[in-house]
Design a protein around this ligand. Sequence first.
Ligand SMILES: [Zn+2]
Ligand SMILES: [Zn+2]
Length: 356
Amino acid sequence: MDTQVAKIVASFFELDGKSNFASSAMTSTSSDTKLPQRWHFQPDLSTQVSPYYAWPPNLRKIGKHVLKSWSFYDVRIYVLGFSIFIWAYLSPELSRCREFAFDWLAQIWARNFLTLLIVAGGLHLYFYTYGKQSKLEKYEAKQPRVHSKVFHFNNQVWDNMFWTLLGTVTILSAYEAVMMWAYANQLNSTITFEQSPFWFCLLIFLIPGWTGLHFYWQHRAFHIPALYKLGHHWHHKNINVGPWSGAAVHPIENLVWFTAVLVLLLIPSHPIHVLFLMQLQVITAITTHVGFESLVINGETRFRLGDFYHQLHHRFYDCNYGTMAGPWDRLFSTYHDGTDAGDEKIRQRRKMLASR
Ligand SMILES: [Zn+2]
Ligand SMILES: [Zn+2]
């Protein structure tokens, strides 16, 4: 394990940096939780396994999974609605985008700045500043560390806000601007809903699968030691993540992360597809790092937010590089299901790699 990461992890768990962080982390329990678990809240990942790769295929399960993913219980449908809304009301007309000009570039930047400020800021205020849900369905018992020398400005939230609102917003906006410039100059094949309703909808349906696939491979590449040191270690300073952690990544990682949208230059598409793909990337990055499983109001689970699968990646570093929907971690033996057996499997894999 990277020594810098080991130190950060050790400091989070208040351990000796030389300890076997995996086994130590596993026995770590918080002082303020009554649950005899190492997590304050832990969902059963086995109930969330994607049915796409099960054999024999179970069409009923696949259908239920698809419907749930696009239901009002999941963030995806809201991102789609938001993307259509910003295309209609908060995006420059394509006729203005034929040449790069400050006014429409600034419009895109300001809209993306406000979007991330409101989404991440709103979730942070709700869950952390005002503690509206207390620790209900919170993965880690501890609050994220505010003051820490590992972060810029010695403060996790200010560090995460700075890199989200400056770096991520700017690079996100740059990619969006290039795509709008390409559509405006007819450099790629543009379709409308009226012309090709089936393809228009199918592409929307396929985009989450594409971003998941792209995320796994670029994330896995950033765990190659040289690339990790180049940029990804910034994101891993966040062990106990919060809403501002999700899009707080190094600019080099941003440059690679947003290349997912470039596929739309190669296939018939519409600017709404660009907006949906990119807003899905950043908004789900924010919601999946919120640190809570769900939004719970009056004891009722209203909305799925967090991602325990990725929370495990932040704690254990060398597992769960992808998402629950993808097969890659299972294929390459880096899947951690949150159980003791998962702990043991990852520990054995580490031993095997260290002995090479
Ligand atoms: Zn990572
Ligand atoms: Zn993360």
